[in-house]
Design a protein around this ligand. Structure first.
Ligand SMILES: Nc1ncnc2c1ncn2[C@@H]1O[C@H](COP(=O)(O)OP(=O)(O)OP(=O)(O)O)[C@@H](O)[C@H]1O
Ligand SMILES: [Zn+2]
Ligand SMILES: [Zn+2]
Length: 804
């Protein structure tokens, strides 16, 4: 008898182990480790992953596998092992570890069918199958099971003649939004304008919009772009000029694009020196982790590209990770330009189905390079030759839900398996990584000069308190304003950066200082200009903006904070001649908008690019000679020991956008705390001194990289309950650890209540605690009953990036 060990799709403590199932005779040669199967579990039939096959079981009465869900394994041997490792490292359930490695389509609801693979004729199939495929383009999986032809199909699948397709049900991920489109041709529209009454200015504006851009547009977008109400559109719909329909908003922006092929540059001396050890490591087939520490614009990307090229020559595959926010069209162009259609791109703009298609290209070895954000680290390649993590310091590489993994750790683990180099690249490495490079745990490769031999841009720090004292109440210092005017005259471009992170716009009473908070969470509500609503970002609570202050009845209660729209308005007043492109979540929510705006800026259609985090990275335009940072310190005051590091990194990245080509660059940083070392040293672009300074502080306060930390957060509706459970946990953990470790708690989390649940935490700092994982598991076991029945929640984050 053949028996399969199966991890079932029930993420709970009691089911977090393999269950044995009998493999029915007719599936004996079908079932393999790494396949998904349907198994009976209690009264239900659920999905599971086969993790092993054996001949004996300790149990006698085994149930049988109902059917397989795949023709070939979706998780290869390496990824199955990686799942075990993830479980150990992040203390998550096995099933969560497997699921995080797969595209959403394989988790979702779907219709499963089998069809002839592209380029094959029915004649290639055995007779029994020919008949079926002659009559139908696809065969339902369920029918194939019933007819008993799965083994036949499987043989064909391994020859590549048939394939399984999943049709993701619409409901799952695809988002449909109301779009407006023109029912008339360009000429007809022009005529229609003539026929409108003279006072229909708004309607005329809409028609002009469609003459310029005939494609359908999302309703919400045109309303905000033209600042009109939906009544204007309705009027045009009634006249039969426009139509409305629901349309899918996701599209692959690269689908129909031709990419111009580029050739490798001859490397500079510095680049040669940096790439040498990487190429050696590829040659020797040895795992090696490198930090490529190169200032902005020093040609890191070219080093990545040429390393990948070597890997491809060896017949191997490459994974290139980049933060979602930097996964710009420019970056994609550089990869597709060099490697053509050997590149798969995984980004959040793809629909579930499109992501699944890209994943399948990887699995079927149709591509050799994957470029993508965090989850692309699980690309199912089997012969990896290099893994590269660009902007390795970015915190988005840490997943903030279970399994709480860091892509850097996964990369190093996979590199170990494949015996290949792992490259961590940054101009501002994380302290953890730089410290390891200093201790030679990682190889240190340095690019200290910019490509064009230009100096790094000069940086001027402006004290905004001083401005205020001298009567300047504007959000622009006089110095920055002068520079802006100067660039306008010279017809050079400026990037204006507004730091939004940790800086939400809230509603405040100017008379009494009252701030509107969420009634369920101890945090202020965020104002959403578009819907004119206030929203809680933690529980979703929504309310309209009060017209008078609930505290003092004053009418001076309003939106506070500097949004990009507000900056744009102010620019319009002080520099009316400047052409401004604004990039933020509002103007880039539509697919392709991001690229379109950047293209316009590149083509010189604007003088100033104004934006948030999304413009801090990756821009490489020759005409940018000035970068202005409007609010440098908003992030400094977050309750997070990494806030100085994040501020330094961000300021350095933004500054790096200026003067990357022939023209020299200049940076102006406005701040209320010019004396803070992370701002001062970002001004000097002196990473090394920042590193020394910050390391001293980390050492003093016993934080990473001197100590590891783990965070346990307890939450419950009853405050007393939370405090007492956290206290017990703190005691228990302390008793299990060595005296060199520090256990802090119980303390209230920095957001002490979310969705009416109180939150307390216990923070553990340690250098080496092999028994910590076990101790935490014991805690979870002990409270399992309460977690299941009375709503207690305990979450564990090993190496947390968010401490709130
Ligand atoms: N060897 C080379 N010869 C000529 N030009 C090069 C060479 N290497 C890189 N470049 C060009 O120099 C510019 C900067 O290089 P690149 O964008 O690779 O730097 P980077 O270090 O990745 O920058 P950042 O991290 O700031 O985005 C690019 O326009 C690139 O095409
Ligand atoms: Zn008030
Ligand atoms: Zn809330």
């Amino acid at each position: 008898m053949m028996i399969a060990s199966v991890i079932v799709d029930v993420p709970a403590k009691q089911t977090d182990r393999a269950f044995d199932y009998r493999i029915p005779e007719q599936l004996k040669h079908v079932i393999q480790p790494g396949m998904r199967v349907v198994v009976p579990f209690g009264p239900r039939k659920i999905q599971g992953f086969v993790v092993g096959i054996k001949e004996k079981s300790d149990f006698d009465k085994l149930k049988s596998i109902v059917e397989p869900m795949d023709l070939s394994p979706v998780l290869n041997h390496e990824l199955l092992q990686l799942g075990d490792w993830l479980t150990e490292q992040t203390l998550c359930y096995k099933i969560s570890a497997f699921q995080v490695m797969l595209p959403a389509a394989l988790k979702a609801k779907y219709d499963k069918k089998i069809r002839l693979a592209n380029g094959y004729d029915v004649e290639i199939l055995p007779l029994e199958l020919q008949d079926l495929f002659c009559r139908n383009e696809t065969i339902l999986w369920a029918d194939a099971v019933e007819k008993g032809i799965l083994p036949l199909l499987q043989r064909e699948a391994s020859r590549g003649t048939v394939e399984v397709v999943y049709e993701v049900k619409e409901r799952v991920k695809k988002k449909k939004l109301k779009h407006v489109f023109s029912k008339l041709t360009g000429n007809e529209l022009s005529q229609a304008i003539q026929q409108l009454p003279a006072n229909a200015a708004k309607q005329k504006e809409v028609i002009e919009y469609f003459i310029e851009r005939p494609e359908p547009v999302e309703l919400r977008e045109i309303l905000s772009a033209l600042e009109i109400s939906s009544a204007t559109i309705k009027g045009l719909v009634q006249k039969g000029i426009l139509g409305e329909k629901d349309m899918e908003v996701y599209r692959d922006p690269f689908a129909h694009r031709e990419f111009q092929r580029t050739e490798p540059f001859p490397l500079t001396n510095e680049q040669e020196k940096a790439i040498g050890p990487i190429l050696d490591s590829i040659e020797e087939k040895k795992q090696h982790v490198f930090l490529l520490y190169g200032v902005t614009g020093s040609g890191k990307t070219e080093v990545y590209l040429q390393s990948i090229q070597r890997v491809l020559q060896e017949g191997k595959e490459a994974i290139f990770l980049i933060p979602e926010i930097s996964l710009t069209p420019q970056m994609v162009k550089r990869f597709k330009g060099r490697f053509g259609d050997q590149v798969a791109v995984l980004h959040s703009g793809l629909s579930t189905g499109e992501k699944y298609d890209e994943w399948r290209k990887i699995q079927r070895k149709e591509v050799k390079v994957v470029v993508g954000a965090r989850s692309a680290i699980y690309a199912p390649f089997e012969n990896i030759g290099i893994i590269i993590i660009d902007e390795e310091h970015e915190t988005s590489y840490k997943q903030e839900e279970n399994p709480r993994y860091h892509a850097r750790d996964v990369a190093i683990e996979r590199g170990r398996y494949h015996k290949c180099p792992v490259i961590l690249g940054s101009a501002t490495p994380s302290l953890e990584t730089f410290a390891r490079a200093q201790k030679s745990v990682y190889g240190l490769l340095t690019l200290s000069k910019r490509m064009n031999d230009q100096q790094l841009p000069t940086v001027q720090i402006i004290d905004m308190r001083e401005e205020l004292r001298e009567g300047n109440r504007s959000m622009f210092s006089r110095f920055l304003l002068d520079k802006l005017k100067d660039r306008l005259e010279k017809k050079q471009q400026t990037v204006l950066f507004l730091n939004k992170r940790g800086h939400s716009s809230f509603i405040m009473c100017r008379d009494c200082g009252y701030v509107v908070n969420c009634p369920h969470c101890d945090i202020s509500l965020t104002y959403h200009r578009f819907s004119q609503q206030m929203k809680c970002h933690y529980c979703g609570y929504e309310d309209s903006v009060p017209t008078t202050c609930p505290e003092c009845n004053s009418e001076h209660i309003r939106y506070f904070g500097t949004g990009t729209q507000k900056v744009e308005e102010e620019l319009g007043k002080i520099l009316p001649e400047a052409r401004v492109i604004r990039m933020d979540v509002d103007t880039t929510s539509r697919k392709g908008a991001h690229e379109k705006l950047l293209n316009e800026f590149e083509q010189g259609k604007a003088d100033i690019l104004l934006g948030t985090q999304m413009i801090a990275k990756g821009l490489d335009f020759p005409n940018i000679t000035l970068v202005g940072v409007l609010s440098a310190d908003t992030m400094l005051h977050l309750p997070d020991f990494r806030s100085s590091e994040k501020t330094f990194q961000l300021l350095t990245q933004v500054s790096g956008r200026a003067g990357r080509h022939e023209l020299p660059g200049e940076v102006v940083i406005q701040t209320y705390t010019p004396e803070h070392y992370s701002i001062e040293l970002a001004g000097e672009q002196d990473y090394d001194r920042f590193y020394d300074r910050e390391m001293m502080i980390r050492k003093l306060h016993q934080y990473p990289p001197f100590y590891y930390i783990s965070l346990i957060t307890v939450s419950h509706e009853n405050l007393m309950k939370v405090v007492s459970v956290t206290e017990k946990i703190t005691h228990f953990i302390s008793s299990k650890l060595s005296k060199d470790s520090i256990v802090l708690g119980p303390v209230a989390s920095s957001i002490p209540r979310i969705n009416n649940r109180y939150r307390y935490q216990c923070l553990i700092k340690y250098k080496r605690e092999p028994r910590l994982g076990e101790a935490i598991k014991t805690v979870l076991d002990q409270y399992q009953q309460e977690i299941n029945t009375n709503g207690l929640q305990i979450s564990v984050d090993v190496n947390p990036y968010i401490l709130m």
